[in-house]
Design a protein around this ligand. Structure first.
Ligand code: ASP
Length: 442
């Protein structure tokens, strides 16, 4: 147990690190604006940091989920919290979609465009058509074809893992999670024979979390490089200001929606369930949120999310072990909100009025598309074909929003990660008391 003095020193260090990361992001953006050609040279540093984070994803997810089951002692104890977590994922995703749909209908970003704006958008669609199609397949969490059938089939199939090495190599987390629950569940039935392996798994999990702690010391530098290189590239491409003049209102609609979900809906749920100040919680999760913004990937952020949630926010290890890895793959509130806004924006652009039943179809398919999206940069842009296809909108129009997507992606990924963290906090009280195997990281 940490002494009060030790935890005070820890929270001070925590605050310092967060400040360093915020400073790094601000400096990186300034560098990108004033010296873009220099900023893009930092890509190597950013990639290095990203690779180290990614290195941890598979081992951390597998050992966390396994130690979670080992800590429960009996797989059946997962039933209630597991069920509530699924209800939480679905309910918050749907709420996010509804916010998006209401906002896009109120703000109507695709209506009343000037002729210039319209011509600019049409030109984007015509020139980006081909590059869009190539990227679609890599964007789903299990490499499925980005269609409703493809994604659903794959989700079902991923519940029955096949080649573990292949899943690990492709970072397909869902099948690995299913295997881990199964394997550790069996281990808990083996009594003393299973004990050495259980201890090993729990120890490995602790070690991986300690590596994350160590890696976070380099986070300001890594994040500085990541942000400078990407924003520098945008500055060099020169198109961002122009793009914002074309589809600025659309971007604003997405951002307002995301802000509402992150600052009102999710905090309200947190407060209603736990009666604690949600904004203190935001502070405790800040490093994960800033990493999400910088990497645009919930999967790459996963190690940091888990570390912040256990070590800094003090959520029980059992809840973090289950709710966050699964959440990082299926719970994407930000993505769902954005997909709904984008689809209806496109409908407004092409002059198609969507009836209420059609908007409900958008809501349902946007939820599915978000569940199916992988936790990687811009995955949501491509799984959106499901939503467009479902209501008969032209798929090529994804290109109309392509140019600002890399930036909006950072905001929605931050909301995705925040949703996972709130989920772990809200579900935590439902897990049975700690037993001796779990919670060994101090
Ligand atoms: N980049 C997002 C994530 O990793 C997914 C998306 O919306 O594109 O959470």
């Amino acid at each position: 147990m940490a002494t009060p003095k030790a935890s005070l020193a820890k929270s001070g260090r925590n605050g310092h690190l967060t400040l360093w990361i915020v400073g790094a992001i601000v400096l990186a953006v300034l560098l990108a604006i004033f010296w873009p050609s220099g900023a893009i040279k930092l890509k190597l540093g950013g990639d290095l940091f990203l690779r180290l984070l990614k290195m941890l994803i598979v081992p951390l997810v597998v050992t966390s989920v396994m130690s979670g089951v080992i800590g429960l002692g009996d797989i059946r104890k997962l039933g209630k919290p597991g069920g509530v977590a699924i209800v939480y994922y679905l309910a918050t995703t749907l709420l996010a979609v509804v916010i998006g749909i209401v906002l896009v209908n109120l703000m109507q970003p695709g209506m009343g465009l000037s002729d210039d704006q319209r011509a600019g958008i049409e030109a984007n669609v015509a020139s980006n058509k081909d590059s869009i199609h190539g990227k679609m397949e890599s964007a789903t969490s299990a490499g499925a074809k980005a269609s409703t059938g493809g994604i659903l089939t794959n989700l079902v199939l991923s519940l029955a893992p096949s080649n573990l090495v292949e899943h690990a190599a492709k970072m397909e987390l869902l099948p690995l999670i299913v295997f881990s629950i199964f394997f550790a569940g069996i281990l808990t039935t083996m009594g003393t024979k299973g004990a050495p392996l259980s201890l090993l798994i729990v120890a490995a999990n602790d070690a991986f979390l300690k590596i994350v702690l160590l890696l976070m010391k380099a986070a300001p530098l890594g994040i500085f490089c990541l942000v400078a290189a990407r924003f520098g590239q945008a500055q060099l491409d020169g198109g961002l200001a122009r793009e914002f003049s074309l589809i600025g209102k659309y971007s604003l609609t997405v951002l307002i929606g995301l802000a509402f979900h992150a600052l009102v809906t999710l905090p309200l749920i947190y407060w209603m369930v736990l009666r604690k100040n949600p904004f203190l919680f935001v502070g405790k999760m800040s490093q994960a949120l800033l990493t999400a913004f910088s990497t645009a990937s919930s999967s790459a952020t996963l190690p940091v999310t888990m570390e912040c949630a256990t070590d800094r926010a003090g959520i029980s290890r059992k809840s973090v072990d289950f709710v966050i890895p699964i959440g990082a793959t299926v719970n994407m509130d930000g993505t769902a909100l954005y997909e709904a806004v984008a689809a209806i924006f496109i409908a407004q652009l092409v002059g198609m009025e969507l009836s209420l039943p059609q908007q409900i179809i958008v809501a349902v398919t946007a939820t599915l598309a978000a569940i199916g999206a992988a936790g990687i940069p811009e995955a949501g842009l491509f799984t959106m074909v499901i939503v467009l296809g479902a209501v008969g909108l032209p798929l090529d129009y994804v290109a109309a929003i392509l140019s600002v997507d890399w930036l909006l992606d950072r905001f929605r990924t931050t909301v995705n990660v925040f949703g996972d963290a709130i989920g772990a906090a809200v579900v935590a009280p439902l897990f049975p008391e700690e037993n001796k195997m779990a919670g060994t990281v101090s």
